[in-house]
Design a protein around this ligand. Structure first.
Ligand code: ADP
Ligand code: MG
Length: 463
């Protein structure tokens, strides 16, 4: 009954939906109960909301008696070998970038030729969906990315993913590229905004802009990574704007990543901003503890290394900033075992990751400098300035500190909100507006702010 239920659901549900969410696995049955394995408790909860009733009804219908569904969280590894994004060959659609609408017609035509393909030269082959761990920090983005991979150009165009460094933007973007490459003959280009800029400047100097235009305006899928880099690159922005329009009109899929919401890019033309935001925009958040643990496990498995569970827990607990740091810690541990030929214990991990565990503070240094200097200038305590109190004598200095932070650092308003007592990004935006208004109406304020900025710079060099 279980098999038949799945078969029927597969027929009934959207293709994309099925392959994304049916990452489940039959474990066993006890009288009138079927127990299935799921990769995490987050996954289980989401799955239950979506499909629990539907499946129970189906089971009832097919077997003629009520059957209960139960879940067990089992290790990722077991599940990955059974059913993942990439192994569901039976119901893969073929994607032809030229003809994305006739999905059902060409459903089977390409399936036979899939596996033998060479990897795409511009994409990392390990950046795939099956290597991407889903948690509640990224499930929306991953769902959307998969939908796009299956219907490039028609699902959501453009697709914009933003989020802080090391949260998996590049991985997700290349997973889209790898998926489409594997399932079609679409012409795909992956490029960082930085390389795009350099290439364009070279083309300009060599009088070869025609070749440059041809290269980018006639692709099926264009993936441009880290578009925040385009700030202040006026000619390159202009070129990308025209590239965008050409591809958009031809229904070619575009994907962009950015380290903050596009609206917060200060030096990017408005018309380019509005293009980037025309399709679907999603953000990636830092992974929670459970997802971090799952990612570490997956990375360790991929390298064929066994690391005790307690050690993985320790690392997941202590490194929460981003996935890249998690991986760096793992690499360090693996190097240790390989060189010293000793198993990794909690003590070993603690000792060798001391600096990694202690360091994430550093990035906040410049914000701290701003807060300390501003607090001192207004005779407030540093903690009051950062904190929650909203008395009149604190509010203005705090707004000034936020304004300065916005001016002289690259932090987004979201990140600044966090640095200022966990406030919302709208509070920071509001503060900046207030100060801007005040500068216009009160001529004494601007010199004070300039003076503070000088002190902050001194403070930073001294400390
Ligand atoms: P970004 O582009 O946002 O700075 P990356 O895509 O380069 O981040 O990710 C940094 C590292 O973390 C990569 O090695 C990537 O494979 C890994 N990573 C990030 N998110 C995940 C995830 N959800 N599952 C597995 N690995 C991840
Ligand atoms: Mg990146």
């Amino acid at each position: 009954f279980w098999k038949e239920t799945l078969n029927q659901l597969q027929q009934e549900l959207e293709e994309v939906e099925f392959s994304l969410w049916f990452n489940i696995h039959y474990l066993r049955s006890e009288e009138n109960t079927i127990i299935i394995g799921v990769p995490s408790s987050f996954y289980r909860d989401q799955f239950k909301i979506r499909y629990h009733n539907l499946i129970e009804e189906k089971l009832h219908e097919l077997s003629g008696q009520p059957i209960t569904l139960q879940y067990e969280v089992v290790s990722k590894k077991v599940i990955d070998q059974e059913t993942t994004f990439s192994s569901q060959t039976s119901q893969r659609p073929s994607i032809s970038a030229k003809d994305t609408t006739s999905k059902s017609l060409n459903q089977n035509t390409l399936n036979t030729s899939i596996q033998q393909k060479d990897p795409h030269p511009l994409l990392r082959r390990d950046y795939t969906f099956s290597n991407y761990v889903i948690g509640d920090n990224n499930s929306f983005a991953a769902n959307a990315a998969l939908a796009i991979s299956k219907n490039p150009g028609t699902a959501y165009n453009p697709f914009l993913v933003y989020g802080g460094v090391g949260l998996g933007k590049t991985h997700l973007m290349q997973a889209i590229g790898n998926y489409i490459h594997e399932h079609s003959n679409a012409k795909i280009i992956y490029i960082t905004a930085e390389t795009f800029t350099n290439e364009f400047v070279q083309a300009l100097q060599a009088n070869k802009t025609a070749a440059f235009k041809n290269k980018y305006r006639f692709v099926d899928v264009l993936l441009v990574d880290d578009i925040h880099f385009l700030q202040n690159k006026i000619e390159t922005q202009e070129e990308l704007f025209h590239t965008f329009n050409a591809l958009y009109d031809a229904n070619k899929q575009m994907v962009f990543t950015c380290d903050r919401p596009v609206s917060e890019l200060k030096h990017l033309s408005d018309r380019l901003k509005s293009r980037f935001e025309r399709g679907l925009t999603v953000d990636l958040q830092p992974p929670d503890y459970e997802t971090r643990l799952a990612i570490l496990k997956k990375k360790a498995d991929a390298r064929n290394i066994t690391i005790p569970h307690e050690v993985l827990e320790l690392v997941s607990k202590n490194i929460s900033s981003n996935v890249r740091d998690l991986e760096a810690a793992l690499t360090k541990l693996i190097a240790y075992t390989e060189l010293v030929q000793k198993p990794i214990t909690i003590e070993v991990a603690q000792q060798h990751l001391k600096d990694v565990f202690a360091s994430p503070k550093q990035a906040n240094m410049s914000i701290e400098a701003i807060q300390r200097v501003v607090a001192e200038y207004f005779s407030l305590s540093y903690n009051d300035l950062k904190g929650k109190k909203r008395t009149q004598n604190i509010v203005l200095p705090r707004q000034i500190a936020m304004y300065i932070a916005r001016e002289i650092t690259e932090y987004s308003t979201t990140e600044l909100g966090l640095e200022f007592g966990g406030r919302d990004h709208t509070t920071v935006m509001h503060a900046c507006q207030k100060i801007e208004e005040r500068i216009r109406s009160d001529p004494t304020l601007e010199p004070i702010i300039q003076n503070l900025i000088r002190q902050i710079k001194d403070y930073r060099t001294k400390n």
